[in-house]
Design a protein around this ligand. Structure first.
Ligand SMILES: Nc1ncnc2c1ncn2[C@@H]1O[C@H](COP(=O)(O)OS(=O)(=O)O)[C@@H](OP(=O)(O)O)[C@H]1O
Ligand SMILES: Nc1ncnc2c1ncn2[C@@H]1O[C@H](COP(=O)(O)OP(=O)(O)O)[C@@H](O)[C@H]1O
Length: 426
């Protein structure tokens, strides 16, 4: 495709790239956000998918951004194509919006709106004609205890429906990939999406409401203390903080391109949104860090899989959920990981992503199968290196038949049933 060097984008950098590809930011802002990248560089995601080429021209000093492959998406309302649209499309759709000629009024929804903010939004929208509800969400995981991207988008959509009905406004909702990087402010980005004047909804929160929101954890603790004697209250509050939850390792295995990463990533996002501390150990990503420098001969793969198992078991030992997605082609290595997880007192769920080789090869998102067939990659799983089919998988999912949301729900339901079982005694 190109011989330019590549740069693997972090989650925050992916957000900046998505803004630039959608024309919310100039290519030069993306280049400025990547100061260590070479002047001519292929930008990839953590799975090495080439997403775009960024070239700084020496002549006129301009920067050119050329899209290569579509960005990977996941499931959840923040990925709904009806709202996660390029800025240029939203801007174009709003060009002929009704109103005073000042463009749509931008409502920035950065926190789940309180009742008070819903009322403020309706009042602000009255007479505005067109309203653009903008929901900035990051790929990065939210702070523990904070509402994540799916919850924020669901709440913002409900707000948009109320504003449309109660204020009689034409309301458009847009999800904005937002890491805070890229050099532009939220107001400037809102303008790039087509907003005229911009209102940050949370800025209208009264001190009394802000105080009430901040006091919620204390209010709950007080309610528990009123119901229970001190020793019991301490236990109830401790259990509510998740201290006694038994952890789990969800281990995906399957051929390259079978859909492990896609399903694992979406599952991890859902579990995070369920309030479970979730750590994703994706095959490709692990190889850039934990297993950097390891090859693909049998011994190296086994070392790689055991390292993943070791980290996953540690995460689960402390009550977390580890979601791992390496190929893990050998039964012995997978059995080793199961033993590590069980020794850590954690649940273990082996998910065989059984998508047939022909389908994986036809997908060939990274072009590896073509190169392996051409003899350019030695020991490629399924072509010139074996994949031992598991006979001990808790779940078997063929993604040529099962859409991503259904695959995620199958694994999630299985896991939730396990987690709802008797708590750990340790
Ligand atoms: N020879 C060979 N065989 C298989 N895969 C190869 C190879 N060389 C590079 N790659 C890329 O590396 C990803 C697989 O790494 P894993 O760590 O998951 O493999 S393993 O569990 O150690 O077998 C795999 O990523 P996924 O496509 O996400 O599975 C490939 O993109
Ligand atoms: N139902 C599905 N489940 C998972 N991936 C799917 C599905 N349908 C199509 N795909 C596509 O297949 C490819 C799977 O790639 P990936 O998740 O990286 O696989 P792996 O991690 O196993 O190598 C992605 O491009 C994804 O969009």
């Amino acid at each position: 495709m190109t011989d330019a060097p590549s740069h693997v984008l972090s989650d925050d950098e992916l957000d900046v790239l998505e803004l630039a590809l959608g024309d919310a930011l100039p290519a030069s802002a993306l280049a400025a956000a990547l100061p260590d990248a070479p002047a001519d560089v292929v930008l990839t995601d953590a799975e090495n998918t080439p997403l775009a080429r960024l070239t700084a021209r020496t002549g006129d000093r301009s920067v050119v951004l050329e899209p290569l492959k579509p960005m990977a998406t996941a499931i959840g309302p923040q990925w709904d194509a009806a709202v996660r649209r390029p800025a240029r499309e939203v801007r174009a759709a709003l060009r002929d919006a009704p109103g005073d000629g000042q463009g749509a009024m931008g409502l920035l929804v950065t926190e789940v709106p309180t009742r008070e903010e819903v009322e403020v939004a309706v009042a602000l929208a009255a007479g505005a004609g067109a309203v653009l509800v903008l929901v900035p969400v990051a790929r990065r995981a939210p702070e523990p205890g904070a509402v994540g991207a799916p919850g924020l988008v669901r709440a913002a959509r409900s707000l948009a429906a109320t504003v449309a009905e109660d204020a009689g406004a034409q309301v458009t909702t847009a999800v904005v990939p937002w890491s805070g990087r890229g050099g532009a402010t939220l107001d400037e980005t809102a303008a790039a999406y087509g907003a005229g004047r911009v209102e940050m909804l949370v800025a209208h929160r009264s001190p009394a409401t802000a105080e009430g929101v901040a006091a919620l954890p204390r209010v709950r603790e007080e309610a528990v203390r009123a119901l229970y004697p001190p020793a019991s209250a301490a236990e109830v509050n401790r259990a509510a903080s998740g201290a006694r939850r038994r952890g789990a390792v969800v281990f995906f295995t399957g051929l390259s391109g079978s859909g492990k990463s896609t399903v694992a990533r979406a599952l991890a996002a859902e579990l995070d949104d369920d309030g479970l501390e979730t750590t994703l150990l994706d095959g490709d990503e692990v190889r850039q860090h934990l297993s950097k420098g390891l090859g693909f001969d049998r011994d190296s793969r086994e070392i790689n899989v055991q390292r993943i198992g070791y980290v996953a078991a540690l995460v689960a030992k402390h009550g977390g959920i580890a979601v791992a997605a390496p190929i893990a082609p050998f039964a012995a290595g997978r059995a080793g990981v199961r033993a590590l997880a069980e020794d850590a007192g954690a649940h273990f769920v082996l998910v065989h992503v059984s998508t047939p080789l022909a389908v994986c090869e036809a997908r060939d998102r990274k072009g590896f199968y073509a190169r392996a067939r051409a003899g350019e990659i030695a020991e490629f799983t399924g072509i010139s290196s074996p994949y031992e089919e598991p006979d001990d998988a808790e779940l078997v999912i063929d993604t040529s038949d099962v859409p991503v949301p259904d695959a995620v729900e199958t694994v999630r339901r299985h896991l939730m049933t396990l987690l709802a079982g008797p708590p750990s005694r340790t």
